[in-house]
Design a protein around this ligand. Structure first.
Ligand code: G3I
Length: 304
């Protein structure tokens, strides 16, 4: 293939990017988006604060701009994210107990129902595990409603959109460590008890402090062996030149080596679109030119 999306499709995968609705009027951005990618994730527009700014008052305007653009251009849509401790609307942030549990479940049900049939995979729950060596859940208002909040969210999402793959998504779970072991145990438990989970997302935000792990492929494979798909959901890699290019190539090779790794999403198009305030972690430079990282990504998709 000659584009990321076409090359991934030849391998039975997708290649996606995060999209910001306010950039859909930027012709350079849109030109790359619709040339290179066959999947999109709303960078912020489907989050709780964006879609339910007041309780039970839903606003899908910006998310719809992304979904409509994607559908018009033959791109899948990953939904991100239904239940998360961060980017909650103000009204939810200080809620607790049964009221918060019910508000969260209503949110999951309403948003997944609104987009039923249009979402390839939902990040149903995002970033629910703590960093560090403890291997526990992250403390949050959602966690304090009871340890079963995650499975409750997955059951609500399945009921609302039975056709969407339902994912758990997190960062610093890309290699084998206490955090990914804890997520692994949860997925294993969900599978054994019939809690509906279809996929695990590995965000894969890499930099000098958090490089591409040497056991990246092995970690993806052990999750796949639980009977779920795995997806690389928010890929970016700090750096430049040959080193960065090689790292992108390694990530693509790892995914292609795992049969159930169904696709890769980069977290933005140009370096200047990245959430990282300074840095050059993406595949296109600020002018929209292909970087060495782009070429190595494309070559890796086309090899083997
Ligand atoms: O829209 C407002 C704007 O009105 C306001 O003037 C401005 C001032 O700060 O803020 C704007 O909102 C910002 C929003 O991005 C849109 O640009 C928020 O402050 C800012 O916090 C938000 O950052 C996003 C971040 O998630 C929030 O947690 C990033 O764009 C987004 O890339 C990032 O994505 C996350 C994934 O969802 C989950 N995994 C980690 C990843 C990177 O942090």
């Amino acid at each position: 293939g000659t584009t990321l999306g076409a090359s991934a499709a030849e391998k039975g995968r997708y290649f996606g990017t995060a999209v910001a609705a306010n950039k859909l009027s930027d012709s350079t951005y849109v030109g790359i988006l619709n040339r290179e990618f066959n999947s999109v994730t709303a960078e912020n527009e489907m989050k709780w604060d964006a879609t339910e700014p007041s309780q039970n008052q839903f606003n899908y305007a910006n998310a719809d701009r992304i979904v409509n653009s994607a559908r018009a251009n033959g791109q899948q849509v990953r939904g991100h994210a239904l239940a998360w401790h961060s980017q909650q609307p103000g009204w939810a942030q200080n809620m607790s107990g049964t009221a918060l549990r019910n508000a969260m479940l209503n949110h999951v049900t309403q948003v997944a129902t609104y987009y039923r049939g249009k979402i390839s995979a939902w990040d149903v729950v995002n970033e629910a595990f703590a960093d560090g060596g403890g291997g526990g859940r992250r403390d949050s208002n959602l966690q304090r409603t009871g340890n079963d909040w995650i499975e409750a969210a997955f059951r609500a999402a399945r009921a609302a959109d039975p056709g969407a793959k339902l994912c758990y998504n997190d960062y610093n779970t890309d290699g084998q460590n206490a955090k990914s072991n804890a997520v692994y145990a949860m997925v294993q438990d969900f599978r054994s008890r019939g809690v509906p989970i279809d996929c695990v997302g590995f965000q894969s935000h890499f930099n000098a402090q958090s490089p591409v792990p040497n056991d990246y492929q092995a970690n993806l494979q052990r999750f796949a062996n639980l009977g779920v798909d795995v997806q690389i959901t928010e890929l970016d890699i700090e750096g430049s030149g040959t080193t960065q290019a090689n790292n992108f190539g390694r990530v693509v090779q790892a995914c292609l080596a795992v049969t159930r790794c169904t696709g890769i999403t980069v977290w933005g198009i140009r370096d200047t679109d990245s959430w990282r305030a300074s840095g050059t972690p993406l595949l296109f430079d600020g002018s929209g030119n292909k970087k060495a990282a782009y070429t190595s990504t494309l070559n890796a998709l086309n090899s083997g």
